[in-house]
Design a protein around this ligand. Structure first.
Ligand code: F6R
Length: 606
């Protein structure tokens, strides 16, 4: 989704802005643009499509050393050059890039129009450029503050002014913004990915904060002009982590990284002696953990499906009632917040607007909220009372894989910890710990079957639609499998509880409708096999994701066999083949796997 970059220093800004925008491409966008302040004024170039198109459109001589850039994901008005950022004031003096949504843009556009301003775009952002330009303040900071006074909504904003060419003024409210501190130069970005090649020394702005950035330093302050005195922190992301490293796609690279990333999330967190987990970052003492009578999990998309898997783990291991809900629904339904419920939000990016708003809703009503988050220092990570970092490393592909696996691992540790302050025995705790420790090697075993799984995926790629079915522990696996197939292969896929098949969807089964059935070796195997037979009886092609010992060959069912772990942890492994199926179906269909159409890596608007 929309990305912001900025540069001020001693080098020509344009190539650095272009490179920064390329680093943000993975987030999804439809147009791009930049503004560079030079001796003779501001040069603004905007194009629809990829950043390389923007690069090609730049004038040869563009020497200015101050600039801002943007990748846009259309919200107000279609993807068109006039709607791409930066937006300018009528006289071209002020240029603005913006992430987020200005809620009162319609009213402000009407006011500006009746004041005689000619609007050049359909966007909400353009009003900011005009409001800053209209201000009578002597300083750019003062003009930006006056403009912000009239705006409601969410924003990360960067503003440059020809009258003050020595600075970029930025503001944040509900959309991430990070300053990168260099030596005699400063960077600006909405995502660290755009900065790490130049600096790992960063300042994360908080909501309500502004900053002035010059070539030699920065000052952070509040809307009341009070200094917030932020100091830079070092981030652990290395530039190499963001490279393809010889892989054709980030999605494949990230799937293959899972044995290592799954190892990283449990490292130092398993207490083998007492059969429990050490999750100090939660900031919850055993007595507090004991006091929670329910757990409510909130996330969006795949994170929500892993949340369902987490709820199942919590109920099984901790015997605490738990459920998961889409954060995007929760925040709109005036939810009842209970004092004895632990709210757990889950998010790879830590920037998903719907999830961040759910956090605020819980906090506003006095609830206790912790987070499972991958991106260190992200909005959600900083807003919650405590949490578990996922340590999956940077995830670039839009389709999430390794972060989801680590979310499930983290839920297992949370369930283990809460279980052990209740009635889970030491022996059972140790059993789960051994299971968790076995997972990285078992993921490697599944990844080794990529060739055979790819073959099955190519068959599915020939279909218009597919079903994914599973029950109880297998249902979140089916939901995530269907989601992944839809996202990258654009094949319509639906997940059903296996038990629900006969209550309606069976009508759709014929030779053209493949089904992927999750059939673990557990107390429901016979029922799952019976449902598979009903599919076969209607000539539906069927692939089973199953365990050793579940012999389906006599039925003519092709199987992907994953190693057994502890029954509670099996869903983590059963999910891995669904990633490979989606990837190879998309590959067979020739899609842009890392940047699926219409999707963004981090959905920072509502
Ligand atoms: C699926 C996917 C999305 C995200 C969802 C939440 O592959 O990537 O469904 O899971 O948008 O994103 P985060 O986890 O960043 O909050």
């Amino acid at each position: 989704m929309c990305g912001i970059v900025g540069y001020i220093g001693s080098q020509p800004a344009a190539p650095l802005l272009v490179e920064g925008l390329q680093r943000l491409e993975y987030r999804g966008y439809d147009s791009a643009g930049l503004a560079v302040l030079g001796r003779t004024g501001t040069t603004v170039v905007r194009t629809v499509g990829r950043v390389r198109g923007l690069e090609a459109a730049l004038p040869k001589r563009l020497a200015g050393k101050v600039g801002i850039g943007h990748t846009r994901w259309a919200t107000h008005g279609p993807a068109a050059e006039r709607n791409a950022h930066p937006h300018r004031s009528e006289d071209g003096r002020i240029s603005v890039v913006h992430n987020g949504i200005i809620d009162n843009a319609t009213a402000l556009r009407a006011q500006l129009t009746s004041a005689g301003v000619e609007l050049a775009s359909d966007t909400d952002t353009e009003v900011v450029a005009h409001l800053v330009a209209c201000s009578g303040a002597d300083t750019l900071e003062g003009a930006v503050l006056e403009a912000l006074d009239r705006i409601t909504g969410t924003y990360a904003l960067a503003v440059v002014d020809e009258r003050h060419p020595d600075r970029i003024v930025v503001a944040r409210n509900g959309s991430p913004l990070i300053i990168g501190v260099g030596d005699g130069e400063m960077f600006l970005a909405s995502d660290v990915a755009a900065l790490v090649r130049h600096t790992t020394s960063v300042v994360h702005l908080d909501d309500g904060e502004l900053a002035t950035i010059t070539a030699t330093g920065f000052r952070t302050f509040t809307a009341d002009g009070e200094d917030t005195g932020r100091t830079p922190v070092e981030i652990a992301v290395a530039a190499e982590d963001l490279e393809l490293a010889g892989h054709e796609h980030y999605m494949r690279k990230e799937m293959l990284e899972q044995p290592d990333s799954a190892e990283a999330v449990i490292r130092g967190r398993l207490d083998e002696r007492f059969g429990t987990a050490r999750l100090d970052g939660l900031n919850l003492a055993p007595r507090e953990l004991r006091g929670f009578r329910r757990v409510k999990i909130l996330g969006c998309g795949s994170a929500y499906y892993v949340g369902q898997l987490g709820a199942q783990l919590l109920e099984e291991l901790a015997r605490v009632p738990a459920d998961a809900e889409a954060a995007s629904e929760f925040r709109y339904r005036n939810p009842v917040i209970e004092p004895d419920t632990l709210y757990v939000v889950v998010s790879q990016s830590g920037e998903t607007a719907d999830t961040a708003f759910a956090v605020q809703e819980v906090k506003r009503k006095g609830g206790q909220v912790v987070a499972l988050v991958n991106v260190v220092g992200s909005t959600i990570a900083r807003e919650v009372d405590g949490g578990i970092y996922l340590h999956a490393g940077p995830e670039i592909a839009v389709a999430s894989t390794k972060a989801l696996t680590n979310m499930a691992m983290a839920f297992a540790m949370l369930a283990l910890l809460i279980g052990r302050v209740h009635d889970l025995s030491v022996a059972d705790g140790k059993r789960i710990i051994n299971g968790l420790k076995a997972i990285p090697a078992q993921i490697r075993e599944i990844l080794d079957q990529e060739g055979e799984i790819a073959e099955l995926a190519r068959e599915i790629a020939g279909s218009q639609s597919a079903f994914y079915i599973g029950r109880v522990r297998g249902f979140p696996v089916a939901r995530e499998g269907a989601q992944k197939l839809k996202e990258v292969s654009y094949i319509h896929a639906e997940a059903y509880q296996t038990s629900e098949l006969k209550h309606g969807p069976l009508a759709l089964i014929d030779e053209s409708m493949p089904t992927v059935a999750i059939i673990p070796d557990d107390d429901l195997t016979d029922r799952n096999v019976a449902a598979a037979e009903q599919v076969l009886a209607r000539k539906g092609p069927l692939v089973a994701i199953t365990h050793p010992g579940v012999d389906l060959s006599h039925l003519g069912i092709r199987s992907i066999v994953v190693p057994r772990n502890e029954p509670e942890l099996d869903p983590i492994l059963l999910t891995i083949p669904t990633q490979l199926i989606a990837y190879h179906a998309a590959l067979a269909l020739g899609h842009d796997i890392d940047k699926p159409r219409n999707l963004a890596k981090s959905v920072t608007v509502e």
